[in-house]
Design a protein around this ligand. Structure first.
Ligand SMILES: [Zn+2]
Length: 176
């Protein structure tokens, strides 16, 4: 297959003044290659590069996504303060925005849940205790003995709250 930078001469000849070359490339190395070659060629205006990611979701049956209300993310993002603020207010807000956008396109519900104790609560029995977390990565319930990776346990709690919240909000819809 021809790489875009191999076609620059032919494209420059074929294009009328003001014409446009659009190249799709997969890696940043390829992007610098095409940008450098276009600059070096001399007949093109400064190239404009942007990144796009388009991957559709395949949804089977009923599906939903539960996200913690953004305040709760602070509990798990144990970073020094300036980074924590950045992660909290920007990256996670953006991530949530992307998820909501893709979910809408796929017809998948997104529910925001109360983030309190999602990492300290036991997803098996509901027991909430700080000492359920012997360390950052582990969860071990001091009441029922249930053990799991701490993030997986928290994800189960978030999913359960999402399902419960969805059921409640739709019961209200049905009643109305
Ligand atoms: Zn338990």
């Amino acid at each position: 297959m021809l790489a875009p930078w191999e076609c620059i001469d032919a494209v420059a000849e074929a294009l009328i003044p003001g014409g446009m070359l659009c190249a799709y490339i997969a890696t940043t190395t390829q992007m610098s290659r095409i940008v450098e070659d276009l600059r070096g060629h001399g007949s093109f205006a400064e190239p404009y590069a942007f990144e796009t990611l388009l991957r559709s979701w395949h949804v089977d049956g009923l599906a939903g996504i539960a996200l913690e209300d953004l305040g709760g993310i602070r509990e798990r993002a144990r970073l020094r303060k300036p980074q924590r603020v950045t992660l909290h207010s920007w990256s996670f807000a953006r991530l949530g925005g992307h998820i909501a956008y893709k979910a809408r396109r796929a017809g998948v519900a997104v529910v925001h849940v109360d983030p309190r104790n999602t990492s300290r609560g036991c997803s098996a029995c509901g027991h909430i205790d700080k000492s359920n977390r012997p360390d950052q990565a582990s969860f071990r319930c001091t009441s029922c003995g249930f053990a799991e990776h701490a993030d997986v346990n928290a994800a189960r709690n978030i999913a359960a709250r999402g399902a419960a919240g969805w059921a409640v909000s739709h019961a209200a819809d049905d009643a109305a």
